[in-house]
Design a protein around this ligand. Structure first.
Ligand SMILES: Cc1ncc(COP(=O)(O)O)c(C=O)c1O
Length: 299
């Protein structure tokens, strides 16, 4: 389906409680979510027909909405069942899922106290976030001009649409220069994350990653930390300054879309796709594709 615009595809979308034809899943131009970014979303992947950490993503969706001051009018049970049913109806086995909740059209101004809250869920096939041939060699990152904001200026714990404005700007700038993505510093000048994924570094057999105190503490980030610890690797969550990039041997990104993606360059700094990165790529792949029934039987 690559190349077909997202509003012109076939299939169905779960929209405010019902499955409707994909082409009919529209919102009015006077929608608060569009004008004021009062929208929160999730990015999830299904492997072999099973959504990885589906319940956790739904919990985060509810939590993101709460941070923006609204309540999604569907329970986690309803949302989780809708995601499962959508995959079946779309005949998808390996897929990306995009639930999104937004404030509707009753009020059109900064204040939107009485707006209806909507929820839609779409799913499509999406094999790899970065080009597969680049992914294995390690992707190249630019240094972004924009920084992750101070928590006093943005609700960073919400996976909110508005927080992606600087991500799209940074990713576009990186792509213009021939990079795959960009590394963002935070408001203090510390290493933060990429435009849609968390970042890790390796030095002397130890794994280092910034503390998520002003950016999303990704579900994949937490999963990969657990996988690394299970392998006996030390994981150090700490302040990382950009000057330190010179001393790291390996670097990789984590995210639902990015999975575990090695990084070969950040601006002037180079990294190798080393053993720890490769091990965690394989461990993550094995975990997301693990059959829970099989795991239980093996216990
Ligand atoms: C800005 C940003 N950081 C980190 C992540 C990683 O989060 P997760 O692993 O939960 O997908 C994402 C992806 O959703 C993201 O968009």
């Amino acid at each position: 389906m690559a190349g077909i615009p997202f509003d012109q595809r076939d299939g169905e979308i779960w929209f405010d409680g019902k499955f409707i034809p994909w082409a009919d899943a529209k919102v009015h131009v006077l929608t608060h979510g569009l004008h004021y970014a009062s929208a929160v979303f999730e990015g999830e992947r299904a492997y072999n027909g099973r959504i990885f950490k589906s319940a956790e993503h739904t919990e985060r969706l509810h939590a993101s909405a709460e941070v923006l001051g609204f309540e999604i009018p569907y329970s986690s049970e309803v949302i989780n069942a809708a995601k499962e049913e959508l995959l079946k109806r779309m005949n998808l086995v390996d897929a990306y899922l995009r639930p999104i909740a937004w404030r509707g059209s009753e009020m059109m101004g900064v204040s939107a106290q009485h707006n209806t809250i909507h929820l839609a869920i779409a799913a499509w096939e999406w094999p790899s976030y970065f080009k597969p041939e680049e992914r294995l060699k390690g992707i190249r990152l630019d240094m972004a001009k924009y920084r992750r904001p101070d928590p006093a200026t943005a609700p960073f714990k919400s996976k909110a649409a508005g927080l992606y404005m600087i991500c799209t700007l940074s990713k576009h700038e990186a792509e213009r220069k021939g990079y795959a993505d960009a590394l963002m510093l935070d408001w203090r000048g510390q290493v933060a994350e990429a435009t849609g994924a968390n970042v890790f570094f390796v030095k002397d057999g130890k794994i280092h990653t910034p503390k998520p105190d002003c950016f999303l503490n990704g579900i994949t980030r937490r999963t990969v930390i657990d996988l690394a610890k299970a392998r006996g690797f030390e994981v150090i969550e700490r302040v990382i300054m950009p000057e330190e990039l010179d001393g790291f041997e390996q670097c990789f990104l984590t995210g639902t879309a990015a999975e575990v993606t090695p990084v070969s360059e950040i601006g002037p700094y180079s990294f190798t796709v080393g053993e720890i990165t490769k091990t965690l790529m394989l461990d993550y792949d094995a975990l997301v594709r693990a059959d829970p029934a099989g795991l239980k039987a093996a216990e």
